[in-house]
Design a protein around this ligand. Sequence first.
Ligand code: HGY
Ligand code: MN
Ligand code: MN
Length: 425
Amino acid sequence: MTLTTANTGPDLQIDGDRLWADLIDLAAIGAFDDEATGLVGVDRQSLTDADRSGRELLISWMEELGLEITIDEMGTIFGRREGQDPELAPVLIGSHIDTVATAGAFDGCLGVLGGLAVLRSLAEAGLRPRRPIVVAAWTEEEGVRFGTDMLGSAVAAGRLSLDYAYGLTDAAGARLGDELMRIGFRGDRPVRLEPPHAYLECHIEQGPVLAQEDRPIGIVTGVQSISWQKVTLHGRAAHAGTTPTELRIDAGLAAAQIIIEVRRMVDSGRYGRLRATVGHIEASPGLPSVVPDRAEITVDLRNPDDADMARAEADLAAFLGTLSDSQPGLRVETAQMARTKAVPFAEEVQDALETAAKERGYDSMRLMSGAGHDAQEMAAIAPAAMVFVRGQHQGISHNPREYSTPEDCRAGVEVLASAVRELSA
Ligand code: HGY
Ligand code: MN
Ligand code: MN
């Protein structure tokens, strides 16, 4: 596929103040005082009332821009600016505005609000490229409420079915399909997306690399593989004082053994650059004097190499099978929550972003993404790539300390704007 690169005239001017103000205004929705950091965090999990308010604010900004707004069956919001030739496949800019429960102001939001800033700059410059340009806010990118990340974009790209997504439930048993209805965002635009001409996403790096290398901009080469599974351990409740150790079936002990094992796997070096996280740990009945009869943990594995990931998953499964050796009667239940392979991004879109960074005078470097993104789902149906923005505080993210400077945020959106302009010319 040849991407047109006709691009003349002065650079698009991005209003960094407006971008920053929008980030702050959106972050106020779902804001909470985070005791651990003393900062204000954001909890705007998908399809909650807070998410509904965030969506309504986003739509008001899209209306201000005169965009044609559609909402698909998964609740993903699309704002379209018409091109000179409406028949041409659009350039799609996207990201997400749902957050984890302990978020900062930037993850996902920078990409959606940056997309609006690009459209605003085109309007202000009086430019109308040949191709339509669409900004998307994908539903449930984080996956923390309904258990599968990049959900809206995965259904749009056809990797997951609408029925599967509608049937997912949150911890309280609420179904995703019902929650979409409840907040009024179960749209009627067919969810399967016509492939765009190209897909671009601007996102904070969420890691320390750009800051360490002193680069404001990253050109993302792809996303590593992701495996999420829930492991439930069934033991036997018993009195903590009277029950001899040899008579126990301690679900909490088994959970701890798994946590130690995944870290041992990482440290062994046998699985390449494996990362493992047990982020959710729950033991019940959760009482000081009762041996836990049930424990539930999640195991998040990441690996840039698919073969190393597959081996790690197989070895972990084998380890789980040995747990009852030391505790006869222990039952281990696993459920795969999310699973994506490593995804390479399109060279030609990476090149367009790198050229844009050069033209704008920004130092950039190419790097793989440690986090999952909607762009990896779009890469299945269109040439896709991402531009990363340097993070502060060692790039911490999924935490209220998440922070990128106004200058770096503007730089990332300027690079996005120049690349979008080239690809939509
Ligand atoms: O989990 C991730 O990597 C992304 O934040 N959803
Ligand atoms: Mn994100
Ligand atoms: Mn995230």
